[in-house]
Design a protein around this ligand. Structure first.
Ligand SMILES: C[S@@+](CC[C@H](N)C(=O)[O-])C[C@H]1O[C@@H](n2cnc3c(N)ncnc32)[C@H](O)[C@@H]1O
Length: 335
């Protein structure tokens, strides 16, 4: 690991910037209408001290979390962890890991008050100090989480492949890595990469979006499934000049750790039973499943909807068998 980069990032978030107002970039992700009632409620219950130290660039609160174990990579002062603590409920558990002591202190100090606000008899959230490139050294056990989230952190790491491969190891089979991060469309110069402010802002360390696809494949994840992409606004004129024509986005991807078997393309029907998604379920930018309507999906999506935590929300049918049984009259009268 490059110690200089890590020390610089630790200083930036622990000592240099005090609130999100000090950031020189902003992700234009505010899409409050897309949030479910329970996510809005969770967000509304987070206290001011934690909210004021939120530095994320997306919403990393995926659906269907009740009872899940969730790990947040680079949790900072814990805003997402506390929301997740509410969303997983008293039978779930949340772990946040971060390397910056000033932010972890705020997170730890606020555990009891959020536990009380949520009406839980004991905390279901814990915070650990450590590097996301070395989850094993921080005491994160192999195959111990259903879901891993991360909000604007992996772009700050000097070794993104180590982060993704440690996340892969920490996920259970069928688990999901759901994360928002910054990406670029350009090859960034060494001069940009060596600028400590640009690195701290996530700009200098942003992956070229195509590199994520290669990296995920090498590690054993599914193809990265894009959920949302928004432009990053470079607020500071000096930063705009430094980066020239390079563009930056914040993107939220789903990556799954799936069992190694092959399934054919299947017909899947969303049952409408995910809380807050009763009429339809937007899974990614291409698939917005209407309740009780059949969709033919790829082999990879077929495996996702039959082996992950989403399986209990879908009916799955083999395409060929269904074709043989399909009565054209029922189709004609359905429409
Ligand atoms: C942009 S902030 C995001 C914090 C938090 N996710 C949020 O949304 O408020 C980046 C966080 O990642 C942490 N971080 C960056 N690189 C890290 C690393 N290699 N290991 C552990 N934490 C890291 C920083 O300490 C900081 O808290």
């Amino acid at each position: 690991m490059t110690k200089r980069i890590l020390d610089n990032v630790k200083d930036y978030y622990g000592k240099v910037i005090e609130s999100s107002r000090d950031l020189k970039t902003s992700a234009c992700t505010a899409d409050k209408h897309a949030l479910t009632k329970s996510v809005k409620e969770a967000l509304s219950l987070i206290n001011e001290e934690v909210n004021s130290r939120y530095f994320g660039c997306g919403i990393t609160l995926p659906p269907a979390l009740e009872g899940c174990s969730v790990l947040d990579l680079g949790c900072g002062a814990g805003r997402d962890c506390f929301c997740l603590s509410k969303l997983v409920g008293p039978n779930g558990r949340v772990t946040g890991i971060d390397m910056t002591p000033e932010l972890l202190d705020i997170a730890k100090k606020n555990v009891d008050c959020h536990t009380k606000t949520f009406g839980y008899s004991k905390p279901n959230v814990e915070f650990k100090s450590g590097f996301i490139e070395q989850l094993d050294k921080a005491g994160i056990e192999r195959e111990s989480y259903d879901v891993i989230v991360s909000n604007c952190v992996i772009n700050l790491s000097p070794d993104k492949e180590a982060v993704l491969s440690q996340a892969f190891t920490a996920l259970k089979e069928g688990g999901e890595l759901y994360f928002s991060d910054m990406y670029t469309d350009s090859k960034l110069s060494a001069e940009i990469k060596n600028d400590s402010i640009l690195w701290g802002e996530g700009i200098a360390g942003a992956l070229h979006w195509q590199d994520l696809l290669e990296m995920a494949k090498r590690i054993g994840f599914t193809t990265p499934i894009l959920y949302k992409a928004s432009p990053i606004c470079l607020i500071d004129k000096h930063i705009q000049t430094r980066v020239g024509n390079a563009k930056f986005i914040s993107a939220t991807y789903r990556l799954f750790k799936l069992p190694k078997h092959n399934v054919p393309k299947m017909l899947v029907t969303y049952c409408g039973n995910i809380e807050g998604h009763e009429h339809n379920f937007k899974f990614d930018i291409y698939n917005n499943f209407k309740t009780n309507q059949r969709h033919l999906v790829s082999k990879e999506l077929s495996l996702i909807f039959s082996t992950t935590r989403y399986a209990k929300y879908f009916r799955i049918e083999k395409y060929e068998h269904t074709l043989e049984k399909t009565n054209p009259f029922s189709i004609a009268y359905e429409e």
